[in-house]
Structure formats: structure tokens, C-alpha cells
Design a protein around this ligand. Structure first.
Ligand SMILES: Nc1ncnc2c1ncn2[C@@H]1O[C@H](COP(=O)(O)OP(=O)(O)OP(=O)(O)O)[C@@H](O)[C@H]1O
Ligand SMILES: [Mg+2]
Length: 247
């Protein structure tokens, strides 16, 4: 079982879009996939039309008293399940703090899922918090959307530094470019130069495309309602790159 987290310190960079579409593509490719919506805003749950409620709130997830199985919901797609967000996740940090060895708790909790799932995708809220530390310990790889701007790249460097400090070097960082507009010279320039100094960069940029925004209207993965668009093709290629880097 591979545990992947769609993560960036920054908000609004395409984490949820990546989590939802990569999950759909992975399931379509024959993997048994579970998405865990860790963001109290519940965007991934919304896109999959799953009601964002977990009994017991975040406590159900980290307390571990409740069997994780009870929290799992089916989606409309074969081999694709979801643990929805709960608004009370906003207290997840406090609850993790109250737990002993809190940050390893999530990893332990996910372990039994390996009988039922090949791929777990965590859709993370933006920030560095105890939740993200728990995610860093639980995940095999972070899939990191980067908008090709200087500030965006800076937050990526900060994440690399944080990873070194925390001695979580076994955690793979898999950055990819998100919301790319090739008409912008800066975007073209960064796409050219950044991968030279960061060879772990996935070679599949996701273009800026209004079809992605329509996910909120359709409430489906883009790869489900607009499979023939170029951006859907990009998400499929991105999954193949993630698959190859983590398989
Ligand atoms: N490739 C893209 N092209 C155009 N719009 C996009 C693209 N990717 C994401 N968006 C839009 O940008 C907004 C933010 O995307 P998304 O919710 O995936 O980001 P996020 O990093 O998960 O945000 P948050 O930090 O709030 O969780 C959404 O309205 C989404 O529809
Ligand atoms: Mg999100």
C-alpha cells in the first residue's frame, strides 16, 4: 500500500484538484484507492458528493477507538472510496497534541488498510502543523503542486529544509507544476530551470484550464466528466509519473 499526500504549505495551488483527479485515474488504472479528506473545508468530499461528516469528528480519526472502516464511504466510482472531512477536524491539531506519540498515530491507524487498498491519497489542508507532521510520518511521498512563481518555489525550499531538520529523509518529495500558463515568460523560465536543480520534479505540468474550475459545478473528477481535455490527459500522465516514482 502506498500512502501519498497532496500537500503544500501554500493554499489554493491545486492540492485538492490533484488529489481528486489522481485518485480517479489510479482507480481507473485498476488500483484500489482510498482518499482521506483531511481538510476541514471538505472540498474533496464535496467533489465526490460525499457528505462531510465523520462521527466523533477528528477524534474518530486520531483517537483510533473507532474502527477506521466505519468512516469509509463509497464514491460513485469503482475501487474508489473516501473518508470525508469533518468540520471538527479544525481541532485535529489539538487532539493530536493530546495524544501520546501523536504524530505517529496516523501512520499506525492507516496500517490495517493495506489489506483493502493499494493507494491511499491524503488531501491536506494548507499549513505546517501537527496534522502535517503526522502526514509527513505517515506518507511515503508528498505530491506537491507548485505554481511557477518565485514565492511558490521559496515555500518549496522551506519544505525541503523542514524535511531535513525533522530527519524524515525517507519521505519522497514529488513536486510538479500546477496552473501553468505558457504565455507567461516567468512560467516558461521556471519550468525550464527548476527541474535542473530539483531532479525529483515530476516532468508533467498541469496547465491552467477553466475545465478544472468546473469540477465544483459538476462535482466529479475532471478526468471523469471531461476525459478528452488536454488537462485530463495531463492528470493521467501525472499519475503515471507518480506511479513510476513510488511503485
Ligand atoms: N489547473 C488548474 N487550472 C485552473 N484552475 C485550477 C487548476 N487547479 C486548480 N484550480 C482552481 O483553483 C482553485 C484552488 O484549487 P484547489 O482547491 O485544488 O487548491 P488547494 O491547494 O487544494 O486549495 P486549499 O489550500 O484551499 O485546499 C479551485 O477553484 C480550483 O478549481
Ligand atoms: Mg484543498
Amino acid at each position: 500500500m502506498r500512502i501519498l499526500a497532496s500537500y503544500n504549505i501554500k493554499g489554493g495551488v491545486g492540492k485538492t484538484a490533484a488529489a481528486v483527479n489522481l485518485a480517479h485515474v489510479a482507480a481507473d488504472r485498476g488500483h484500489r484507492v482510498l482518499v482521506i479528506d483531511l481538510d476541514p473545508q471538505g472540498a474533496a468530499s464535496f467533489y465526490f458528493r460525499v457528505k462531510p461528516k465523520v462521527k466523533g469528528g477528528g477524534k474518530g480519526l486520531v483517537g483510533g477507538k473507532r474502527d477506521l472502516d466505519d468512516l469509509i464511504k463509497e464514491t460513485d466510482y469503482e475501487s474508489l472510496d473516501l473518508i470525508p472531512a469533518d468540520f471538527r477536524y479544525r481541532n485535529l491539531d489539538l487532539m493530536l497534541e493530546a495524544e501520546k506519540k501523536s504524530t505517529s498515530r496516523l501512520r499506525k491507524l492507516l496500517r490495517p488498510l493495506s489489506a483493502d487498498y493499494d493507494v491511499v491519497i491524503l488531501d491536506c489542508p494548507p499549513s505546517v502543523s501537527l496534522v502535517s507532521e503526522a502526514v509527513f510520518e505517515a506518507a511515503d511521498a508528498l505530491v506537491i503542486p507548485l505554481i511557477p512563481t518565485t514565492l511558490s518555489l521559496r515555500t518549496y525550499e522551506q519544505l525541503e529544509e523542514f524535511r531535513m531538520e525533522q530527519k524524515i529523509k525517507k519521505l519522497k518529495l514529488l513536486p510538479f507544476f500546477s496552473m501553468v500558463d505558457r504565455r507567461k515568460a516567468l512560467h516558461r523560465e521556471i519550468l525550464e530551470t527548476f527541474p535542473k536543480s530539483h531532479t525529483n520534479t515530476l516532468g508533467v505540468p498541469i496547465p491552467y484550464a477553466s475545465a478544472v474550475e468546473r469540477m465544483g459545478v459538476e462535482r466529479q473528477p475532471l478526468t471523469a466528466f471531461a476525459p478528452r481535455t488536454a488537462v485530463a490527459g495531463a492528470y493521467r500522465a501525472l499519475w503515471d509519473a507518480v506511479d513510476a516514482a513510488t511503485g
